[in-house]
Design a protein around this ligand. Structure first.
Ligand SMILES: C[S@@+](CC[C@H](N)C(=O)[O-])C[C@H]1O[C@@H](n2cnc3c(N)ncnc32)[C@H](O)[C@@H]1O
Length: 282
């Protein structure tokens, strides 16, 4: 919690209560807090204090459910400021219009999105299996010379915002938005096309790893495999999984990089493996 927010709330909240306020996210001009039940009676006070210390914030939302469901959305309530959940967020020179109630968006993935974008080579065909409002895809388009980035999402609202964001960021010549289930879309339209596949949905990465492999060109390519890992062996189980699945299809995996993106519980991490997939010469 920033010090000025702590100072502003001193006297209204006990020291115990102050300790319960955790880091909050800012998306565009909206701040999102996750208040524990004990602080709910003081939610409007906390929201107002946040509006006062964060001059660019116009609305404060409290997250009242975990991120859930196929669309990875969450329930939010306005606790201070303007009654809205739509905003425009700026990241890495791009703008993303989002409605935080209707779509998934996390500003905490900014560094990861840029890291992936910087690896993309000129002329690559990229397939993003879980594209959301287009954040990875548009940042790749703006920071690389990829030939085309196919961007799939199953949530109609995310698809609509993705179309808007493609227009706002002027990348319609290279980012192709597709509404649908990634498995069906790859089977019907994208099998064997990709130099690089992104799988930014850890909950489905095991189920969809075969889909990612089938999207790659016959000679192989790169897969960014997002997963969860726990200490002491953070990457081992994910690596065993991808290696054995690839081997069953006659493919080899070389690990290019393994990174923790953020921790989500004690000793548990959201991770990414950058994998080079190739078909060994017979
Ligand atoms: C964690 S979000 C990632 C969004 C985006 N990559 C980002 O970083 O902002 C996962 C997205 O996958 C989408 N999704 C879930 N199941 C899907 C499926 N079977 N096919 C395509 N998209 C799916 C959800 O609607 C959601 O927008």
């Amino acid at each position: 919690m920033p010090n000025d927010l702590r100072t502003r709330l001193k006297g209204y909240l006990s020291d115990e209560e102050l300790k319960l306020i955790r880091a909050f996210d800012i998306v565009g001009d909206i701040a999102i807090v996750k208040l524990p039940p004990r602080l709910l009676p003081k939610k409007h006070l906390i929201g107002k204090a946040l509006l006062e210390v964060q001059k660019n914030v116009r609305t404060v939302l409290n997250q009242i459910s975990p991120v859930k469901g196929d669309f990875r959305t969450r329930e939010l309530e306005v606790i201070a400021g303007e009654e809205r959940t739509e905003t425009i967020h700026r990241e890495s020179g791009c703008s993303f219009k989002v409605d935080l109630r209707k779509v998934y968006f996390s500003p905490r993935l900014a560094a990861e999105r840029l890291r992936v974008a910087k690896q993309v080579e000129p002329g690559e065909v990229v397939v993003n299996l879980f594209a959301g409002v287009g954040s990875y895809s548009i940042i790749i388009a703006r920071h690389s010379q990829a030939a085309v980035i196919y961007s799939i999402d199953i949530n109609p609202a995310a698809f609509e915002y993705m179309q808007t964001n493609i227009r706002i960021n002027k990348v319609a010549d290279r980012v192709v938005p597709i509404l649908g289930d990634a498995r069906e879309v790859v089977e019907k339209r994208l099998a064997g096309k990709a130099d690089r596949v992104l799988m930014p949905l850890p909950e489905l990465s095991h189920d969809f790893f075969g889909v990612a492999l089938s999207a790659l060109k016959p000679t192989g390519g790169i897969v960014h495999f997002y997963d969860y890992g726990e200490e002491p062996d953070i990457y081992g189980p994910s690596l065993d999984f991808v290696r054995s699945n690839a081997a069953a299809q006659g493919l080899e995996i070389k690990l290019l990089a393994a990174r923790k993106i953020r921790s989500y519980a004690v000793r548990c991490y959201h991770i990414v493996l950058d994998l080079k997939v190739s078909r060994p010469e017979i």
